[in-house]
Design a protein around this ligand. Structure first.
Ligand code: NAD
Length: 248
């Protein structure tokens, strides 16, 4: 995959899937902006790794659920890295809470970070992408957006919303901008309950034919594929790197 000459912005890229995606994009030759929220040291470490790969890279702090901060971030990235060709909406949080214990603030926090953020980042980045004559957006959803899960109503609603938003934007901005998503199964990152990490628990409590958690690099590979010319006929799709847990 050759992404040389392209600029990518990855949200939530100081850790996990976002970090792996930033590295994979740089390995493919892209310039990369590393968004983070209050994780400057980790973001700087990622930027150092990207520069060691020969990529132009910057860190950009912004709360992706805040429209003003998102607007300032997009302006900074466009000025520093000559525009945006690839936007990866990856930042997210998860909340486990019985439905009847969830208050409005819980709902707003999860929907704001996991769904409104995608609206805000797309709305802010699209004018520049359109002016440049093309680009790709890849949104990180979750297989739970299809499956649902007891105790995760806000998260699963947000991720289902990301899949719907992906399809609507794909239709509205095709053929200039290709918009797609990935919906990973369980991945070994800080987001996942550590009790799920042991092979015994995975075997007992999950139904993953490949018999293991995904690694961040395996999700990054799907994201980079969708952002690359190899995926030139993908539009509004949601890829499922999930070890076979959900076969669609
Ligand atoms: P992670 O916690 O390592 O990554 C999430 C990142 O988002 C963190 O760096 C965090 O600081 C950042 N973030 C949170 N709120 C933010 C905000 N308001 N503004 C900017 N950044 C913010 O976990 P991860 O597993 O790498 O998660 C990445 C994405 O993958 C998330 O959208 C998550 O829902 C999705 N996902 C994860 C799994 C999994 O099992 N780990 C499965 C399916 C989908």
């Amino acid at each position: 995959m050759d992404l040389s000459g392209r600029t990518a912005l990855v949200t939530g890229a100081a850790s996990g899937i976002g970090r792996a995606t930033a590295l994979a994009l740089a390995e493919a030759g892209a310039r990369v902006a590393v968004n983070h929220l209050d994780r400057a040291a980790e973001a700087d470490e990622v930027v150092d790794r990207l520069r060691a790969l020969g990529a132009r890279a910057i860190a950009c702090e912004a709360d992706v659920s805040d429209g003003a901060q998102v607007g300032a971030m997009i302006d900074k990235v466009v000025a520093a890295l000559d525009g945006i060709d690839i936007l990866v909406n990856n930042a997210g949080i998860i909340l486990e809470r019985p439905f009847l214990d969830m208050d409005e603030a819980d709902w707003d926090r999860v929907l704001g970070t996991d769904l409104k953020s995608v609206f805000l980042c797309c709305r802010a980045a699209l004018p520049d992408m359109l002016a440049r004559g093309g680009g790709c957006i890849v949104n990180v959803a979750s297989e739970l957006g299809y499956l649902g899960r007891a105790g995760y109503a806000a998260y699963t609603s947000a991720k289902a919303g990301v899949i719907g938003l992906t399809r609507s934007l794909a239709r509205e901005f095709a053929p200039t901008i290709r918009v797609n998503a990935v919906a990973p199964g369980p991945v070994a990152t800080a987001m996942l309950d550590p009790s799920l990490m042991s092979p015994e628990v995975i075997a007992r409590e999950t139904d993953i034919p490949l018999g293991r958690l995904g690694q961040p690099e395996e999700i990054a590979a799907s994201v980079v594929f969708l952002a690359s010319p190899l995926a030139s006929f993908y539009c509004g799709q949601t890829l499922g790197p999930n070890g076979g847990a959900l076969m669609t």
